[in-house]
Design a binder for this molecule. Structure first.
Ligand code: FES
Length: 150
C-alpha cells in the first residue's frame, strides 16, 4: 500500500467521530483501492483499535468487501420452537463449553455463528438444528460435534 494512501487513510480515520465503526473505513478503502487487502486490515486495526478479527468478520458478512474470503462461517441455527427449545438449548449450552461465543452469537474464532428459528416444521423429528442449511433431526451434542467437525 502506498505511503500516500496510508496518510490519506490516517487523516480519514482521524476525522471520524466514531472510530469504533469499521464500516466507513472499509468503504473508504474499497472506493480508493478497489479491494481490502490484509495490509489494509492491519492498518485499520492499528489506527482504529478495532480487532482485526472483527474487521474480517465484517468483510465476511458483506459480499461487497469480499475480494478474498477470510474464512468460512458455519451457521448453526437451532430451533427455539415450543417442541424443541428445552432440548436444543441444552445442546447449545454443551456446545458453548467447547466453543466460546460473544453476545452476538459469533464464535470468538469467527468460524461459527449461532442463530435461532422458531420451528422448522419438523417437530416430530426434534430436537432440530440446521447447519449451513442442512437440517439435523434428533440431534444431540455428539452428532452436532461430528457435523461441525470439532
Ligand atoms: S418446534 Fe422445533 S421443529 Fe417445530
Amino acid at each position: 500500500m502506498e505511503k500516500e494512501f496510508i496518510e490519506k487513510l490516517d487523516r480519514f480515520i482521524l476525522d471520524l467521530s466514531d472510530k469504533r465503526n469499521e464500516i466507513p473505513v472499509l468503504n473508504f478503502v474499497l472506493e480508493e483501492q478497489g479491494e481490502i487487502t490484509d495490509e489494509a486490515i492491519k492498518i485499520i486495526a492499528e489506527k482504529t483499535g478495532i480487532w482485526d478479527l472483527t474487521i474480517k468478520n465484517t468483510i465476511n458478512f458483506y459480499p461487497k468487501y469480499q475480494k478474498k474470503k477470510y474464512f468460512e462461517l458455519t451457521e448453526i441455527v437451532y430451533c427455539n420452537g415450543r417442541n424443541c427449545i428445552e432440548r436444543t438449548e441444552k445442546i447449545i449450552d454443551e456446545l458453548k463449553e467447547v466453543i466460546q461465543f460473544n453476545e452476538d452469537g459469533l464464535s470468538l474464532d469467527g468460524k461459527f455463528k449461532l442463530l435461532t428459528k422458531r420451528c422448522f416444521g419438523e417437530c416430530n423429528g426434534g430436537p432440530n438444528i440446521e447447519i449451513n442449511g442442512l437440517l439435523y433431526n434428533k440431534i444431540n451434542i455428539e452428532k452436532l460435534k461430528l457435523a461441525l467437525k470439532i
